[in-house]
Design a protein around this ligand. Sequence first.
Ligand code: GTP
Ligand code: SPV
Ligand code: MN
Length: 589
Amino acid sequence: MAAPAHKMTPMPELSRAVADWVSSVRELTQPRAVRWIEGTEAEARELTAQLVRSKELTVLNAQEFPGCHLYHSAPNDVARVEHLTYICTRSQEDAGPNNHWMDPQQAHARMRELFRGCMRERTLYVIPYCMGPLDSPLSRRGVELTDSPYVVLNMLIMTRAGRAALELIARDGRFVKGLHSIGELDPERRFIMHFPEELSIESYGSGYGGNALLGKKCHALRIASWQARAEGWLAEHMLIVGLQNPEGETHYLACAFPSSCGKTNLAMLIPPDSLPGWRAFTVGDDIAWLHPGADGRLWAINPEAGYFGVVPGTNPQTNRNAYQMIRRDTLFTNVALTADNQPWWEGLTAGKPVLDWQGRPYDPARGPAAHPNSRFTVSAKRNPSYSPHSEDASGVPITALVFGGRRREVAPLVYESRDWPHGVLLGASLASETTAAAVGQVGVVRRDPMAMQPFCGYNFGDYWQHWLDVGARLARPPRIFHVNWFRRDAAGKFLWPGFGENLRVLAWMLDRCAGKVGAAESAIGRLPIAADLNTRGLNLSDQALAALLSIDPGVWRKECADLGEYLRGFGSRLPAALLAELRATESRL
Ligand code: GTP
Ligand code: SPV
Ligand code: MN
């Protein structure tokens, strides 16, 4: 005789605080049903099957892409909407000039009108989730309420979602409240509101990415950066990668690059044949939570459990790991389709698109077949280079921090800061060409300090001071570098091969951290001595290398003047120490 099934407490009974909040949202939004997400595989299969039946998901070619599906988002809902994203603090100064601001009461009133009755005929899903390993003291929890089953499927991949997370919430009572509805998917009725003082998020009118998967940018960066400042840590838009050198030593780097500027690719980098004995291990590809440790070092966890990655450009040459990873159990959004139901995107050399990202017959005159911001959602465990230390409760120790932008000129391939405060200036000086990850013009250089312009939940002036304060507390701070993989020649060609070859630059950084090589002092920081940067077998001309490592004082004087003007826009909140660093650079120039 089978043993009687263990009777589990129904989820609504686990946390009074969550249940009460769900009841109030239910009253406001009037869903037909409420469903609590357990986080089981059977549940994910059932939700997937439901979306296949309703034709919202397409099953992809089961021989070539087993377990993979395609989702089309609304054509006017394909990227983050920074112009509709708000930080709602009581004082506008606390949100800072870097954020759109709305008074919290006004914002709540506005959102209440949008949410009122918006879920009629829909199911309200309750998704308790944990950002970070379930057993880590560095993790934080939240609950997302949404009427989008596509969001549920994504959250199940991207976070540790379900019963275990709710049990933790029941225990410590603290969680971020995230209310989301796709509404009418009308760009005129779309807002992403954050209330850091209340630890809550309200998002309406979009079903896409960072607008809708509230654990990601909304919680793990905007709300978490606010919490991190109060608690003495950092929530950053950074990948975390472990590099094992031929001697078998592993060092971890955390790197901040703006959206669509190479984080996922660097996080799962494949060492080129020219660098035998090196291995790379991915801890995270988009977000790092960094905590000063008792040993005076900075320790990092990846709050996420999956990747929501850019598809175009992924191929066996640029990144074999990424290409292998998304060949099974992957949710594709807004890619094109071949005649035999395989996903297709720009950058693939094989296959031919017959339907574009909107499901229309492909016509090159209408632009690319896959949307430039088309994405894959996949479990981090599918990554062949997934680091077992991703699950470590205390995180991994960070040897170096790297800031990088996408700049066709000005910024050299790599340079190193003189010390932590100068490194904070390097981060604050980050500027990058805009990409398709956010709605708006692509390819325009804009200021994006620490790659956090769209994601910092408070005043950048206070944020830079917080960075300075964290560094001052570290007895063994990581070294800070700046990179640019995207410098181009006069003909518009990338000067640096990028991707796996970026390891050459990272290896130089680790040599610097180990005190193995010197550097050339320049006005803006320390540059590699050409002989210390391994370029063997690269087919890189001396001229190209010189251009990559060159600094034009005239151009940099202008760059510093622009930066000074920008920084002074933060008025009395700008740390004097940061301005002093800039003045010191200007006088060296
Ligand atoms: P988000 O997920 O938006 O935060 O982006 P990301 O920073 O993770 O960027 P990702 O690694 O997905 O790369 C974005 C685009 O840049 C892709 O089309 C890549 O193929 C391309 N790319 C990545 N690394 C390099 C590089 O080293 N050199 C060049 N030229 N292109 C790169
Ligand atoms: C980014 O834009 O930086 C992303 C994609 O990582 S999204 O999840 O949409 O924010
Ligand atoms: Mn990102």
